[in-house]
Ligand binder design. Structure first.
Ligand code: SF4
Length: 260
């Protein structure tokens, strides 16, 4: 009984974080991309590097006319490596992008529509089996490119939950994902909560984390997927601006009222 009560309390806390952050900052417009494939490329490139480096690599690919499925399919590996050099681990990442395109071609005839029509569980398993795809990359692809209802757990999520005594920073990825998903799911049908179009929510630019609207960020998606989408962006905003690794800047953080 005590465990059940604690779990319920954790979920209520997480819901309150979302509501507070969303009311404070509004939509964060993740993921900044024009196409689903661009999201996928970004999800690979952002591993172990800052997004500004990824943006440079994406610009190089776009300028070369290669930021497409066909472009990555036909570009010779050394050229791809050179184009994405700014993203770091460029040899590894170039090979991984080629592997993804081969997988898509072999399993889905090169069709993202067919791939994303697969059930969430099965597609997640397939993505996780690809070289270089861990849970965060798989879930970024599922959520931000495919509109599948999965929450993307990252280091910021771990840090915030740990500092608020909800889950230890070293808790398993699936455990954290389950808490977030259980917590946020009820909001998808909560008509009392301001929707994305509500006049009471005005987007605030959160330094380094919110993005201008893009084709992918404004694409139509289910309320649940939209909430998972927003929560990840909002937590990144907290992690980058307040809940930094070296020192928590709680004084100005919107989540200060929830500190244990
Ligand atoms: S900065 Fe402080 S208040 Fe904000 S999330 Fe981190 S621990 Fe919580």
């Amino acid at each position: 009984m005590k465990l059940a009560e604690k779990t319920r309390s954790n979920e209520e806390q997480v819901r309150a974080y979302y509501e507070t952050l969303f009311r404070a900052w509004g939509r964060q417009h993740w993921w900044p991309a024009r196409t689903r494939f661009e999201v996928i490329v970004g999800a690979y490139l952002t591993q172990n590097t800052a997004w500004t480096n990824v943006e440079r690599a994406l610009r190089s690919l776009r300028a070369s006319g290669l930021l497409t499925l066909e472009g990555i399919r036909r570009v010779p590996l050394p050229q791809l490596e050179a184009l994405i050099r700014s993203a770091g681990y460029f040899r590894q990442k170039a090979r991984r992008l080629k592997t993804f395109v081969s997988y898509l071609d072999e399993h889905y005839g090169g069709s993202l529509n067919q791939m994303f029509a697969q059930s969430t569980e099965r597609l997640r398993e397939e993505l996780l089996a690809l070289n270089g795809v861990g849970p965060e990359t798989a879930d970024s692809i599922l959520l931000y490119a495919g509109n599948h209802p999965v929450f993307v757990v990252d280091a910021y999520t771990r840090r915030v939950l740990d500092r608020h005594g909800i889950l230890a920073e070293k808790a398993g990825y699936e455990e954290i994902r389950a808490v977030l998903e259980r917590a946020l799911a009820p909001l998808a049908s909560d008509v009392s909560f301001p929707s994305e179009g509500s006049k009471s929510i005005s987007a605030t630019i959160v330094p380094g984390t919110s993005h201008p609207p893009s084709s992918m960020s404004i694409a139509k998606r289910s309320p649940l997927v939209q909430i998972y989408n927003e929560m990840h962006g909002l937590i990144v905003g907290v992690g980058k601006n307040y809940c930094v690794k070296s020192k928590a800047r709680c004084e100005a953080c919107p989540l200060k009222p929830y500190l244990p």
